[in-house]
Design a protein around this ligand. Sequence first.
Ligand code: FES
Length: 103
Amino acid sequence: MQAADIDSDFPSMVIVDDVEMVLCRSDDGFFALGNICSHAYARLSDGHTEGNQIFCPLHQGSFDIRTGEAIASPCYEPVASYPTKVEDGVVFVCPAARAAATP
Ligand code: FES
């Protein structure tokens, strides 16, 4: 996905090798997480981001976009985190190298 198309407030859903992810942008870079909230079934890509936090649209729990760690209740379990890199203005995600457990 083009880096310029990734909004810093409203993340984007992408599917890479059949893995559904949410792509986020902050001042620290581009980050990819598993798109399904670890609390219940909601797509994080339907939520919003503030700095390095992404907020779930259903109950407003939040996660750290850099790691997938849960930050705010009712989320306690992490979501998967995927390495990203930017080349020539394009954001690439590696779906195989997960940095956190998938809920
Ligand atoms: S489903 Fe995400 S906080 Fe409840």
